[in-house]
Design a protein around this ligand. Structure first.
Ligand SMILES: Nc1ncnc2c1ncn2[C@@H]1O[C@H](COP(=O)(O)OP(=O)(O)O)[C@@H](O)[C@H]1O
Ligand SMILES: [Mg+2]
Length: 245
C-alpha cells in the first residue's frame, strides 16, 4: 500500500452529551480517491468536521503527513495543505465568481501571487472563466460546486475533503464533478469524499470506507466494497442503484 497522507485514529466526539463518533479509525493513502459511504446519520459529515477542526474531540488523533494536526484551527489546516468543501451550497451568491474564488485565500495572508493564482484557476475551468465577472448566483448548481472546488484549490492543498459533492446535481454534472476529482487525483492530490451516490462514487474511487454508528465497519479497495453484497444490503439500502434523479 502506498504512503498514508491522513491517519484518523480512534476519534470520539459528538454534539453536547451525544456521542456520534465512537472510535472512528481509518487511513487515506496518498494520491488516492477514498470514499466514505454509510447510512444517513452515521457520522460521516461529523468525521469531516472533526478532521477539519470544527468539532472538539474527546479522544483521538488526526495525523496529516506524519504531523499531529488534532485540534488545529481551520487556518492552520488550510496552510498545512488540507481543504474542506462542505455539503450544500457554500458560495456568496451576490459576489462575482472571481471574488468568490479570491475568498479562498482570505484566511492566508501574504500570498504575493494571488491574482495570478486566481487567473490560473480560472484557466482550468472555461465555464468559470467565461462567467468570472458575473454574480455567482447566475451559475448552475454544478457550476457552483465547481466554484467551491476551485476556491478550495487556491492554496494548492494536498488533501481535499469533499462532503457529498453530487447532491442536487444532474447526472451529467455529477460525472463532470467526478471527472474534476479524478483529474486532481491524477495530479497527485489526495481526495477524501463522502457520497450517497455510492455506486458512481466507488467506481471512480481507489478505496471505500463504510461507516456505521460512528465506527469504521469496512475499509477495502473500492471495487471490493462495490461488489460486496453485504454492503449493498446492510449499509446502502437502495443507494447502490444508480439514482436517475
Ligand atoms: N450540529 C449538530 N448538533 C446536534 N446534532 C447533530 C449536529 N449535526 C449532526 N448531528 C447529528 O449527528 C448525527 C450524525 O450526523 P452526520 O455526521 O451529519 O451524519 P451523516 O453525514 O453520516 O449523515 C445525526 O444523528 C445528526 O442528527
Ligand atoms: Mg452528511
Amino acid at each position: 500500500m502506498s504512503e498514508i497522507i491522513l491517519d484518523v485514529q480512534n476519534l470520539v466526539g459528538g454534539y453536547g452529551k451525544m456521542t456520534i463518533l465512537n472510535g472512528t479509525t481509518f487511513q487515506v493513502p496518498a494520491g488516492s480517491i477514498t470514499t466514505v459511504i454509510g447510512p444517513n446519520g452515521a457520522g460521516k459529515s461529523t468525521v469531516f468536521k472533526a478532521i477539519f477542526g470544527l468539532l472538539k474531540l474527546r479522544e483521538g488523533k488526526v495525523t496529516f503527513k506524519g504531523r499531529d494536526v488534532t485540534g488545529l484551527s481551520q487556518r492552520e489546516l488550510l496552510r498545512a495543505g488540507i481543504c474542506y468543501v462542505p455539503q450544500g451550497r457554500n458560495i456568496f451568491p451576490e459576489l462575482t465568481v472571481r471574488h468568490n474564488i479570491q475568498l479562498g485565500a482570505v484566511v492566508a495572508e501574504n500570498i504575493p501571487d494571488l491574482p495570478a493564482r486566481i487567473e490560473a484557476a480560472l484557466d482550468k475551468f472555461p465555464v468559470l472563466r467565461r462567467k468570472a465577472n458575473q454574480q455567482a448566483s447566475t451559475l448552475s448548481g454544478g457550476e457552483q460546486k465547481q466554484l467551491e472546488i476551485v476556491r478550495g484549490l487556491l492554496l494548492d492543498p494536498q488533501l481535499v475533503l469533499i462532503d457529498e459533492p453530487s447532491i442536487g446535481l444532474s447526472p451529467l454534472m455529477v460525472q463532470q464533478t467526478f471527472d474534476i476529482l479524478k483529474e486532481l487525483r491524477n495530479r497527485g492530490v489526495s481526495i477524501l469524499m463522502i457520497e450517497q451516490n455510492a455506486r458512481s462514487a466507488l467506481e471512480i474511487s481507489d478505496y471505500g470506507i463504510v461507516l456505521e454508528l460512528g465506527r469504521t465497519r469496512l475499509v477495502d479497495r473500492a471495487e471490493k466494497v462495490l461488489n460486496d453484497p453485504r454492503i449493498g444490503q446492510l449499509f446502502l439500502g437502495g443507494a447502490m442503484e444508480d439514482s436517475a434523479a
